[in-house]
Design a protein around this ligand. Structure first.
Ligand SMILES: [Fe+2]
Length: 323
């Protein structure tokens, strides 16, 4: 028995039309809808290209100088007002171009800090070859030699360890940086001092609090300890150690602040040991932790809602009376 499709199966609307052809209903787009769809696709593609251009060329090169005052208990008055610039996650030069790093160094030189602290990831262990990354380490250290400030202290990040700790350390040291890998140095002024302790990278290296902060420098009156450690989430481990309880301030990087932060969804990706403390200040008991967003990019050559950062700290002695 042959059945004829009921008349109700034929629908003619504004958007689509279903015509009955030999008893079958077949969808067909109207010319109006085709034009609308084409326009929508064009607008979407233009929007995506515009966003990529903004995130890749504008915001990725848009350095923000973040000025922070940090009050340190036990810091001698001789250091009150001392200014320290922090640079982190340079990542030359998978995406970070040499001109951009030179631009960042010019920024720092204009700030005229008393010291510069570099918190790791000078190169990238990624799609490029090891020899490319090794060359980038020397080029990066060479550009960093353009810092006018002579007091330059550096630690390594996970990418530096993956490329070659020894090579990156040599490149930095040969260009005037003091590299602190599980080591500490006194920072002295007018007969007073505080201690700067640098850790090996916690993700790929072997941080050792007993070497970075030996017992001889713990809990000295008026000689506080400031620590540099690439991965901020290591702060929890450090605080579980006797040495960690003597640290007043820890400066980190590693997270890139999320690098690409989408509305509602937030950071697209956060690295191991960089998921809990992502950006800015955190107070963990007696420890003040600061996480710098870094200068460079990894994975994708974009930054969105997360511009590159140079931090300029002004140290304040807790002895100083508030204005
Ligand atoms: Fe990094």
């Amino acid at each position: 028995m042959i059945t004829t499709p009921p008349e109700t199966s034929v629908y003619t609307g504004e958007a689509t039309r279903f015509d009955t052809i030999e008893g079958m209903a077949s969808p067909r787009f109207s010319p109006d809808l085709k034009t609308t769809r084409r326009r929508f696709l064009k607008a979407t593609l233009c929007g995506a290209a515009g966003l990529a251009l903004y995130a890749g060329e504008v915001e990725r090169h848009w350095i923000q100088v973040s000025r922070q005052e940090v009050r340190i208990a036990g810091l001698p008055m001789a250091f009150d007002g001392m200014r320290i610039a922090q640079l982190s996650d340079l990542h030359l030069d998978e995406f970070t171009e040499p001109f951009f790093l030179r631009d960042a160094i010019d920024h720092v030189n204009r700030l005229n800090p008393d010291a510069v602290f570099l918190t790791g990831d000078y190169v990238t262990w990624g799609i490029s070859s090891r020899s490319f990354a090794e060359g980038a380490a020397w080029q990066c250290a060479n550009i960093l030699a353009g810092l006018n400030c002579r007091a330059r202290y550096a630690i390594l990040g996970n990418h530096d360890v993956m490329v070659d700790s020894k090579l990156v350390t040599t490149a930095l040291a040969d260009n005037g940086m003091t590299v602190l890998t599980n080591a500490c140095v006194p920072i002295e002024r007018a007969g007073a001092r505080f201690w700067l302790a640098g850790f090996d990278d916690p993700v790929m290296g072997n941080p050792d609090p007993d070497l970075a902060i030996p017992s001889r420098i713990r809990n000295l009156p008026h000689e506080p300890v400031v620590a540099l450690c690439h991965a901020p989430d290591y702060a929890d481990d450090l605080l579980a150690h006797a040495a960690g309880k003597t640290v007043q301030v820890m400066l980190s990087g590693h997270t890139h602040g999320g690098q690409v932060r989408l509305p509602i969804a937030g950071a697209m990706q956060l690295p191991p040991l960089g998921k809990k403390y992502v950006e800015g200040w955190f107070r963990l008991g007696g420890l003040q932790l600061y996480v710098n967003r870094g200068l460079g990019a990894v994975g994708v050559p974009f930054r969105f809602d997360c511009p590159p950062e140079i931090t300029l700290f002004t140290l304040r002695s807790a002895y100083r009376k508030r204005a």
